[in-house]
Design a protein around this ligand. Structure first.
Ligand code: NAP
Ligand code: ZN
Length: 348
């Protein structure tokens, strides 16, 4: 089908409207008209080819909420008119031990990412949600409760699941002490989710600017990372630290904040870290770990949890033609919320 999206034609280039074709629905595909798409910091990394695997033209977007307009002959979970949601993956082998456990993010054959990834069947490069339509294998489309406000749901599909997955993996609950480094799209969702799980939550940020919002959305405390005395006073205070900083940074500043057996989990920057002091790791059996997105089952779980607990991301709704300005603002990192595009402004 003919559709339109906002694409970068090369590394670092501004996004502009681009007309392209989506595949015909296969028997197990769902065709959706996209209603809203969130803007993740990853989309900037990919526009700029920071990780070396971007394909151009590149239509970013992996926080997708849409309405089903067509279904393949074998689709059972959706019918025309239903709402559906797509996150960071659109396919995987479904056969390996990890896929069978619901950990498609760890598929032994590699998962197919929502954009800039070769399709498993025809090899075509996938294109993301900054577009009017998308065609996705049914198993990778999540259902949406009527309780969710669709205009504020999209960021759960990446910012939500990426912070939910480590919270669940490390069994966060009422007796846990969680810190979140960086208050952006991922960070503010981590605060909301950890707080809803009953943990005591501290937001760590580079200045006091975002304190009021952090406390409003569920943080119990706010720590400024550039305040050396306050940081020292917080040493040994956390069981889990979720680190959302999008660039390489000094982990030695944060590891001592962990209590014995605590874990700092990196969900932000990908790439080499440089030196990390082994002493606090050894002496307190502390860990530094990483975590990518989450499986489809877990993504459905966080969507349902948010619906049940009435948790919604903080969103600023924009038009698709404002995307390049939104990227500039996001790069300055001074917003404690997610930009979400209202795709009704985009016409084929
Ligand atoms: P974001 O909205 O831009 O938020 C990042 C926050 O990190 C900023 O608000 C800022 O918080 C802090 N920060 C920014 N630059 C910094 C710097 N130079 N030094 C220290 N702190 C800095 O980004 P996001 O969408 O939440 O994404 C965060 C990172 O996660 C990105 O790298 C993205 O690619 C990655 N990501 C990973 C996964 C995964 O699967 N693991 C999934 C999605 C995204 P303060 O102003 O509060 O300090
Ligand atoms: Zn993302």
């Amino acid at each position: 089908m003919k559709t339109v999206g906002y694409a970068a034609q090369g590394a670092g280039e501004h996004l502009a409207p681009w007309h392209f074709d989506r595949r015909q629905a296969r028997p197990n595909d769902v065709v959706m008209e996209i209603l809203y798409c969130g803007i993740c910091h990853t989309d900037i990394h990919m526009r700029d080819n920071d990780w070396g695997f971007a394909h151009y033209p590149l239509v970013p977007g992996h926080e997708i909420v849409g309405r089903v307009i067509e279904v393949g002959s074998q689709v059972t979970k959706f019918k025309v008119g239903d709402n559906g949601a797509v996150g960071c993956m659109v396919d995987s082998c479904q056969e390996c031990d990890q896929c069978k456990k619901g950990n498609e993010q760890f598929c032994r054959e590699g998962n197919t990412m929502t954009y800039s990834s070769p399709d498993r069947i025809d090899g075509a490069i996938t294109q993301g949600g900054y577009s009017k339509h998308i065609v996705v294998r049914e198993d990778f489309v999540c259902t949406l409760s009527d309780k969710l406000d669709l205009s504020r749901t999209a960021p759960i599909l990446c910012a939500g699941i990426t912070t939910w997955s480590p919270l669940r993996h490390w069994n966060i609950g009422p007796s846990s002490r969680v810190a979140v480094i960086g208050m952006g799209g991922l960070g503010h969702m981590a605060v909301k989710l950890a707080s809803a799980l009953g943990a005591s939550v501290t937001q760590i940020s580079r200045s006091l600017k975002k304190k009021a919002v952090a406390m409003e959305i569920g943080a119990d405390a706010f720590l400024v990372s550039t305040d050396a005395d306050a940081m020292k006073a917080a040493y040994n205070g956390f069981d889990l630290i979720i680190d959302t900083i999008p660039v390489k940074h000094d982990l030695d500043v944060y590891v001592p904040l962990l209590d014995i057996d605590g874990t700092l989990v990196i969900v932000g920057a990908v790439g080499p870290w440089g030196e990390v002091d082994g002493a606090p790791l050894l002496l307190g059996r502390r860990s530094v770990a990483g975590s990518p997105i989450g499986g489809i089952r877990e993504t459905q779980e966080v969507l349902d949890f948010c619906a049940r607990k009435n948790i919604l991301p903080e969103c600023k709704i924009i038009r698709p033609d404002e995307i390049n300005d939104a990227f500039v603002t996001l790069e300055k990192a001074d917003i404690p919320y997610r930009f979400v595009m209202d795709m009704s402004y985009l016409h084929v």
